[in-house]
Design a protein around this ligand. Structure first.
Ligand code: GTP
Ligand code: MG
Length: 370
């Protein structure tokens, strides 16, 4: 059984520490903020305060307010969030470009994706699909693992002239671990040396069985370069999305995830946030990781200033106190004092984790995020 300090529990519950101490005193337990209480007492307290416990793992409990669970009637359909994964140079960015009808690759240093881009594409039917482009570099595995966390569907890009490579297998494993459905895009079929059937056979060895081979994983042969079969890929994504019945409540304070963040020379700290639920608006006060802020401006994926962003919308947020980390959660709170309080607390926890624990393995980080 895990122990937790009263202070930490208060923060996870977003309640005042003093109120918890008072409640514990009434329960016959005179303790201070820095003292630890056992799991059972913590659970009792949590229930007492009207919260719901979500046990993430043995050592980590995550607490959500009961009022935080959105009522079924408040839910509305949202766009699927699709993460493009695959080995370096297999054509992830090119495919995304082709889908967007724009040219990101040309502007990238050395043609290697340095960040996770987030874009929303409106398809012929008028439906929207949100795409996340993940970097192909081994060093960015962590971000990629986090990418799968906000992801509804993974599009695994495999170059037909190269077949399965280490990062393809890594992506398959992450996708499976996250329980996210996968669609395989067999890319570069315009190349004379392309061997799409060989790709399907290699996939089989990793228990990814495409429909043609009697499995239930959709696959499609594409060429990002020649823009071949892109409609087919879109159709398969939409089919998969329909099965998932993706919904979120847009009418509540926003919550989102940091997809990328940087310090911009002219604009200060900027974070690309993928809104999970609620609607993020200019003027909203928020906490994001160990930072806080007030939304000064929202910029969409086309560089336009917008007033608000709802579920599944990727948006650049300006007005942060500092640069948060990829995968950090953004939560809109009631006022600036509360935002600073939570951020300061989180900063302490993050600092503590950095100094006391060894770097987490990719797998453990991945499971902690789920
Ligand atoms: P990283 O971000 O570095 O992991 O690479 P990536 O997977 O995003 O690949 P990228 O889109 O940068 O493409 C890598 C190379 O493959 C580029 O030179 C592209 O022009 C080329 N390429 C991508 N798609 C196709 C395709 O369908 N056919 C052919 N012939 N070349 C392609
Ligand atoms: Mg790329």
């Amino acid at each position: 059984p895990e122990a937790i300090t009263v202070g930490e529990l208060a923060n996870r519950m977003a309640e005042r520490g003093a109120d918890l101490v008072k409640a514990l005193f009434k329960m016959g337990m005179p303790v201070t903020l820095t003292q630890t209480i056992d799991q059972d007492t913590a659970e009792l307290l949590v229930t007492e305060f009207g919260h719901r416990i979500k046990r993430v793992s043995e050592s980590d409990i995550d607490i959500q307010s009961t009022e935080d669970v959105d009522a079924a009637e408040s839910l509305q359909s949202r766009a699927p969030v699709v993460t493009i994964m695959g080995h370096v140079d297999h054509g992830k960015t090119s495919l995304l470009d082709a889908l967007r009808g724009t040219e990101v690759v040309a502007g990238e240093a050395g043609g290697i994706t340095q960040h996770i881009g987030a874009y929303q594409v409106t398809v012929k039917s008028g439906d929207k699909i949100t795409f996340l482009d993940t970097p192909g570099h081994e060093a960015f595995s962590e971000m990629r693992a986090r990418g799968a966390n906000v992801t509804d569907i993974v599009v695994l890009v495999v170059a037909a002239d190269d077949g399965l490579r280490p990062q393809t297998v890594e992506a398959i494993n992450h996708t499976k671990a996250a329980g996210v459905p996968m669609i395989v895009a067999i890319n570069k079929i315009d190349k004379p040396e392309a061997k799409p059937q060989k790709v399907r056979e290699e996939l089989l060895q990793h228990e990814v069985i495409v429909e043609d081979m009697g499995g239930d994983v959709q696959d499609v042969e594409v060429s990002a370069l020649k823009k071949t079969n892109l409609d087919d890929l879109i159709e398969k994504i939409q089919l998969q999305a329909e099965l998932l019945e993706l919904k979120a409540n847009p009418d509540r304070p926003a919550e989102g995830t940091v997809v990328e963040a940087k310090l911009d020379k002219g604009r200060g700290p900027v974070a690309t946030i993928l809104v999970g639920r609620g609607t993020l608006r200019v003027g909203d006060v928020f906490v994001v990781g160990a930072e806080s802020g007030k939304v000064r401006a929202l910029v969409d994926d086309k560089g336009r200033n917008i007033k608000e962003a709802g579920p599944s919308v990727p948006v650049e947020v300006l007005g942060l106190s500092g640069v948060p980390g990829a995968g950090d959660q953004l939560t809109v709170v009631e006022n600036e004092a509360r935002a600073r309080e939570v951020a300061a607390y989180r900063a302490g926890v993050i600092q503590q984790k950095r100094t006391t624990s060894a770097p987490a393995s990719l797998e453990s980080m991945f499971s902690a995020l789920r």
